[in-house]
Design a binder for this molecule. Structure first.
Ligand SMILES: NC(=O)c1ccc[n+]([C@@H]2O[C@H](COP(=O)([O-])OP(=O)(O)OC[C@H]3O[C@@H](n4cnc5c(N)ncnc54)[C@H](OP(=O)(O)O)[C@@H]3O)[C@@H](O)[C@H]2O)c1
Length: 220
């Protein structure tokens, strides 16, 4: 059975992408730091006769990613969705080094670590895809989003370069840019005052799956 890794699959968009791709018949490898959240998603997928397994992994750590890749090396890997991400918002002058490092380590290095870990497995079959969940903050700078936007522009640069590097191979590299979604992402800040106008992560996941053939997906 072809497998797809989804990072940050315990909540928000990652959870909905995991369920959506499981319904398409893929085995889903759920990855994230909180095993409890992943196992809830795993149970929901398996209850519906679909297939998923959970793995604790911190995408910021090369060691953690390497040991995760060893654990899944028996899988027939078809896809990697780099969805895990964090955001810290507010005036630029108040942004702490810890917050900046958290965003760059997770959003940029996390994507790099996972791509470098998964590519040898994807190349075994020479087919499949890597999908990087970016944000419209990776297309345009926004007030009080300096660090987040910088990390997402970096993730975009990485993705566009990979698109060129793997052009013509069996592995397609996909970039996804979307606007605000109503997910736990906003729980630790008051940057978004009214979450009711944001899109549901399920609706966004459905759109992404609908547009899976496109290498650049913009949902603003
Ligand atoms: N919500 C929005 O408005 C919005 C808009 C545009 C783009 N995005 C992007 O969409 C993606 C998904 O975000 P979301 O809105 O669904 O937020 P979310 O519910 O907070 O999901 C983020 C997930 O990433 C995981 N994660 C964070 N750090 C990690 C790490 N070091 N290693 C492994 N997993 C990690 C978290 O799980 P653990 O804490 O258990 O690890 C969490 O499940 C992110 O890349 C975000 O930047 C969000």
């Amino acid at each position: 059975m072809k497998s797809i890794i989804v990072t940050g699959a315990g909540t928000g968009l990652g959870k909905e992408l995991a369920i959506g791709f499981a319904n398409q018949g893929y085995h889903i490898i759920l990855a994230g730091r909180s095993l409890r959240n992943l196992q809830k998603v795993e149970a929901a997928i398996n209850e519906h006769g679909k297939s998923a397994t959970s793995f604790e992994v911190d995408v910021r750590s090369q060691e953690s990613v390497q040991s995760f890749m060893k654990n899944i090396q028996q899988s027939t890997l078809y896809g990697l969705i780099n969805n895990a991400g964090v955001g810290h918002f507010g005036p630029f002058e108040n942004l702490t080094t810890t917050q900046l490092e958290d965003m760059l380590q997770t959003n940029l290095y996390g994507t790099i670590n996972m791509c470098q870990g998964a590519l040898p497995l994807l190349k075994e079959e020479n087919e499949g895809f890597i999908m990087n969940i970016i944000s419209t903050a990776g297309l345009k700078g926004k007030k009080h989003e300096t660090g987040y936007s910088a990390s997402k522009f970096a993730q975009r640069g990485l993705t566009e370069s990979l698109q060129k590097e793997y052009e013509g191979s069996g592995i397609s590299i996909k970039a996804v840019y979307m606007g605000g979604m109503d997910t736990p992402f906003w729980e630790s800040s008051d940057h978004v005052k009214d979450k009711s106008r944001l899109r549901s992560p399920r609706a966004v996941a459905e759109k992404i799956i609908e547009k899976i053939k496109e290498n650049t997906i913009i949902l603003d």
